[in-house]
Design a protein around this ligand. Structure first.
Ligand code: DP6
Length: 419
């Protein structure tokens, strides 16, 4: 290892994911081993992702991390476990151009700087820990020349946050719970890539909430301790649903996909209600959105839209195709219009080219939208201004990538400090 004060760094981007068969409950808290398998859809990182820059330099005197520009502590066991696991697999690194050579053994003595940024507001209650830990592990693996496939890396990301292991792949992903005590077989595998079913359009309603929510980690701990329904779900229900969901994805069978996704989300929230004390993640707005989707699906005869909710009130709606997504957005905007002075392009973000297809990009505003014919009156009239903070339009997306463009790095290449 040379003694000069060089900085060597890597920047990567990792997607977030939404579970369609939920992970809820651990059998081992420290290793983060789940009580059941789960399946997720990776969301397009163009709209929702984490970017992380990791740097190493002999000039650094300790490991440090900045999240969304603010320094945070790395002392927690989740960070420590990920750092230890990845360091123990580090390889030799050589950058001839810069004259840098780092031997396998050197990694134990060298310190790291890590800067991470989400391209969506953390406060929105969207699963930022999934993309965050996946990106931390992926970028460190690239920096340290770790020779492991994404499934092996997923077992490390899992120790940061369970759902993070599924963000190591694009498309449709299964996290197999595994049976080994050390967790080495509790890994994510890709079921199909994002091109396999690219008709799907995903609209996320970021629902306003004043309520301080129970974190997933403590919520699922309380469910494991108190809910009998959780035991039944893990043993009897999920194993069958996983097989059915794998088939539905393989055959692009939207009717089965929707039935399984909605039922599983509802059962997860039933487990939360069955927890003592009960946990309420959904609110009245979430319930109104379920009602709207259920009515529409029923009136069409075949499912058009699937819904799923994680540990918060936000709705993740999966439309069978673009045409359906346009109608869905019109219906949503009819019931949940923006506050009067809101620009439509900041109310519908992500792939907002959909606004044009919905006829909402010009002068003609939401006030001209007609009520969806099947829904008539009983989810409430058009008076829900402000219940939804904004919508994100996205689609199934790709897995982690290294960003080669140095201008996207979050750390200064000379100092290794945040730019
Ligand atoms: C409801 O992965 O956030 O989103 O493993 O304790 O970090 P920890 O929990 P986390 O839980 C996610 C729960 C969920 C369902 C899911 O993503 O499968």
């Amino acid at each position: 290892m040379a003694t000069e004060k060089w900085v060597f760094m890597v920047t990567a981007q990792t997607p977030t994911n939404i579970a369609v068969i939920k992970y809820w409950g651990k059998r081992d808290e420290a290793r983060i081993l789940p009580v059941n398998d789960s399946i997720s859809v990776t969301l397009d990182p163009d709209h929702l992702c984490t970017v992380t820059t990791v740097a190493v330099s002999p000039a650094f005197d300790r490991d440090r991390m900045w999240l969304n520009g603010k320094e945070i502590s790395l002392s927690g066991s989740r960070y420590q476990n990920c750092l230890r696991e990845i360091r123990s697999r580090a390889g030799d690194v050589e950058d001839k151009e810069k004259g840098i050579t780092i031997g396998k053994k050197d990694w134990e003595k060298l310190h790291l700087h890590i800067a991470s940024h989400n391209n969506f507001p953390t406060a929105a209650g969207l699963a930022s820990s999934a993309a965050g830990f996946a990106c931390l592990v992926f970028s460190l693996a690239k920096l340290m020349n770790v020779d492991e496939d994404p499934s092996h890396l997923s077992a490390i990301a899992r120790q940061g946050s369970g759902s993070a292991c599924r963000s190591l792949f694009g498309g449709f992903v299964k996290w197999t719970m595994g049976s080994k005590e050390d967790g080495s077989d509790s890994v994510a595998v890709q079921l199909a890539d994002e091109k396999h079913w690219d008709d799907l359009v995903i609209i996320i309603a970021v629902v306003s909430s004043q309520q301080k929510e129970t974190s997933s980690t403590s919520g699922m701990r309380e469910s494991v301790e108190t809910s009998l329904l959780l035991q039944h779900r893990a043993k009897e229900v999920v194993p069958k649903r996983i097989l059915q969901m794998e088939e539905a994805i393989k055959n692009r069978d939207f009717a089965s996909f929707t039935q399984l996704t909605c039922t599983d989300s509802n059962q997860f929230h039933a487990v939360c209600l069955d927890t003592s004390p009960p946990i309420f993640y959904m609110n009245d707005t979430s319930h109104r959105i379920i009602s709207l989707v259920e009515k529409w699906n029923r009136s069409e005869g075949t499912p058009q839209v699937a819904y799923t909710f994680d540990a918060g009130p936000n709705a993740v709606l999966i439309a069978r195709n673009r045409k359906v997504a346009v109608q869905l957005l019109q219906g949503l905007l009819y019931y949940f219009p923006p506050k009067s002075d809101t620009d439509m392009k900041s109310y519908v973000v992500g792939d907002n080219s959909i606004l044009k297809e919905a006829g909402l990009d010009g002068a003609s505003g939401v006030e001209n939208l007609q009520p969806p014919p099947e829904i008539k009156d009983n989810i409430g009239s058009q008076d829900q201004k402000g219940e939804v903070s904004y919508f994100i339009c996205t689609r199934p997306g790709k897995g982690p990538i290294v960003l080669q463009d140095q201008t996207q790095a979050l750390l200064d290449p000379e100092t290794g400090l945040p730019k």
